[in-house]
Ligand binder design. Sequence first.
Ligand SMILES: Cc1cc2nc3c(=O)[nH]c(=O)nc-3n(C[C@H](O)[C@H](O)[C@H](O)COP(=O)(O)OP(=O)(O)OC[C@H]3O[C@@H](n4cnc5c(N)ncnc54)[C@H](O)[C@@H]3O)c2cc1C
Length: 457
Amino acid sequence: MIGAGAAGTIASIAARGAVDDRGGATAVPRDAPSVRLLDGAPKVGLKILVSGGGRCNVTNEAVDERDYESDAPKVVRGTLRGFPPEAVRAFFETRGCPLYAEPLGKLFPTTDRARDVLATLLDATERSGAVLERGARVVDVERDADRFVTRTDDGRAFASRRLVVATGGKSLPRTGSRGFGFELAARFGHAVVSPLPALTPLFLGDDSPLAALAGVTVPATLSLVPRGAPPDQVAGRRFRPLARASGSLLVTHRGVSGPAALDVSGAVGRAIEGGTPVTLEADFVGLVVGESPWSPFRDARKPPGASLPPALGLRPVDGETFRAAFAALVASDPRRSLGVLVARLLPRSLGDALLRRGGLDPAAPPPDPTDPARRLHRALAHVDLRAVGTDGFDKAEVTSGGVPLRELHRTTLESRLVSGLHFCGEVVHCTGRLGGFNFQWAWSSGFAAGRAAARRP
Ligand SMILES: Cc1cc2nc3c(=O)[nH]c(=O)nc-3n(C[C@H](O)[C@H](O)[C@H](O)COP(=O)(O)OP(=O)(O)OC[C@H]3O[C@@H](n4cnc5c(N)ncnc54)[C@H](O)[C@@H]3O)c2cc1C
């Protein structure tokens, strides 16, 4: 095994037969294969320690393939089902690390300490009898007849009949993940999908309507749409954006951050890299518009934004609903200016900037309520943010891209090109959104690859 992160450790434990598909501990069979887990970092698990702001969002109560960007959703579904969140929960809880769920379904250790997650994982690895070698950076792998020969930077070589690559992506390189697995996969003939930073802040152009609004935080729905798509079409029920996410949006000096921005960043980066003409649209008044599974507001227990009046609360807010609600707002206070009324929905500085951008005067009276007020809705709900790029791997929580799932056998994640070679975790082209989904992929794919690697070739 190469890489002792989340995927590599669980793969080692599974290869030794020390965990079942419900997460329970099992006695290691006498004929279990020996497992050597090589990691280049002197201290392993750094990414687990920094995850979730030091609390480690281990998984999510509800996970399915729609929570991921990948090239083979059915393989993602099968892999997740093979070691689902319930198994992850049982894995940690039966080994002394109980978890609790936040209202939106994110699971954390009850101690809120990522180091307890790491300690549980390393303890289970050791108990399984897998040999963990720290500070053993793999620099080369050769295929020699029916064996792999894995060489480390201290001059050692290890022969094995199977090899599991769990080297992570390129995000946060100081934790040891520098993209070696991508190079290795490419060398063995895999058509690696170009690795790009994901779950990372977005850069906006100087002409963005949010320029000069640094510090504003507001709930929003972001949609990545083909450039030039008519707003009426985008607002339609049948329209499927390239990516969509709802959540808090934080305006920074260079662009936007916060869950909504992070969740679409992978798709934005890939579109820009591929030269696809796209527009990143923000809807500041239709928080739960659409049926996006990416919406963190699926669970109505959490109020999505205190600045929204009850009329625009938790229900989907389409153009018609907005217009009716705004007309009621105008009727309740007919002498107020447009800017003052919009300030009941949005921070004043943002509302004024959006109105001006939409050719509306904040100081003027609101549009006649009998008017459909389309211009107002368009100014607040179809805002071209002028996205120009994403922040780099230093800021990214994950790497999008990697070894395509269609080049791996389903259920075993073994290469279709090189028998005995398995991939799992972030090195695979499967990227989750915020909320524990990336660790869940690491646990599920690690379990699948590890268990399969234990089988005799
Ligand atoms: C700041 C931050 C916060 C995050 N928070 C969360 C969260 O709360 N919830 C969530 O679900 N996800 C979170 N993630 C994402 C999550 O951490 C990753 O998706 C997950 O750790 C991937 O696991 P992995 O085992 O595939 O890779 P990694 O954890 O990156 O592990 C790869 C391992 O391989 C080793 N390695 C690499 N190359 C070599 C080599 N050549 N030789 C030997 N060893 C090598 C590395 O040293 C490393 O230990 C976060 C990420 C970051 C950066």
